[in-house]
Design a protein around this ligand. Structure first.
Ligand SMILES: [Zn+2]
Length: 287
């Protein structure tokens, strides 16, 4: 785990999202949960040593952000956007598995030590947020403020959590740093607006959904990458390529790796990023 400030920790070197902890004078707040059980339980133990884990906030519904919610059931109040319930504990149909079986496979292959902690399917608690909001919510805990903002774009359930006392923003998959961006659930116009909003916050650290902790430079990098996707697809359309041809011929796979443990999703990412970019550009062209 990386310590960003005296009260903020983030784990960026495991599969999936970057689960984080903020310690306050009245207990801690977890942000997102890991897809590997062993490091998640280590983080939970680390937090418990300093007092109760009062809240768990999910930045989005994708499985790599919410799988570990089970291990906070009955202990911490879960908070998230009201749209989370539409897509919670659902994985893309292309994965061809139930969410439970998919999760067990991840543990078996990548965190075998953690397999003994995986409950039977009937005992796994799909621990959805008990507290939801639509546009904005402020949570005060001890000496800290958690400003929660609806931040649609990567999906329709994303939020940004800003802790002004620490000058840290936890942004989920609004930002990918030095790894492949997933656009499969994206709403590009909203994503650009959310990135502009993120730029208005007074932050020293941005904890992205994937990749190392970064600063505001990542906002521009992500915008540039989005424009590159749309530009590549727009060039394809200008050549008369169909959506299928664009999917076949356009790939950014050589630009950067997929985040830790998710390399087998490279083809899925390329294919779906092209499809989303194609629909977006065609719509903008009025075609
Ligand atoms: Zn995501």
């Amino acid at each position: 785990m990386q310590q960003l400030t005296p009260n903020v920790y983030a784990e960026t070197e495991i599969r999936g999202c970057n689960p984080s902890i903020v310690f306050t004078s009245e207990g801690s707040v977890f942000i997102d949960t890991a897809q590997w059980i062993t490091p998640l339980l280590e983080m939970r133990a680390f937090a418990r040593e300093r007092g109760p884990i009062r809240y768990l906030i999910n930045t989005e519904s994708h499985i790599d952000h919410i799988f570990g919610n089970h291990w906070f059931a009955g202990e911490s109040i879960v908070i998230g956007h009201e749209n989370l319930k539409k897509t919670f504990w659902k994985i893309p149909p292309a994965f061809n598995q139930t969410t439970y079986d998919y999760s067990v496979d991840v543990i078996r292959n990548q965190d075998p030590e953690g397999l003994k902690y995986m409950p039977e399917e009937k005992d796994y608690i799909i621990n959805m947020p008990q507290v939801t909001f639509s546009e904005r919510m402020t949570l005060k805990l001890g000496d800290h403020t958690f400003e929660l903002y609806y931040a649609p774009g990567h999906s329709d359930a994303n939020i940004i959590i800003y802790v002004p006392e620490e000058k840290v923003a936890f942004v989920g998959d609004t930002i990918f740093k030095d790894c492949q961006i997933w656009l499969h659930s994206a709403m590009p116009d909203e994503l650009f607006k959310t990135l502009d909003f993120l730029n208005t916050l007074d932050v020293k650290y941005i904890v992205p959904g994937h990749g190392p902790v970064c600063g505001k430079e990542a906002i521009y990098e992500n915008k540039q990458l989005l424009y590159d996707w749309f530009s590549a697809v727009s060039d394809g359309i200008a050549k008369g390529w169909s959506k299928e041809e664009c999917v076949k011929k356009i790939s950014f796979a050589d630009r950067c790796p997929v985040d830790i443990g998710q390399a087998d999703a490279m083809d899925y990412i390329q294919e779906h990023n092209v499809m989303v970019a194609y629909d977006y550009v065609m719509n903008k062209l009025g075609k």
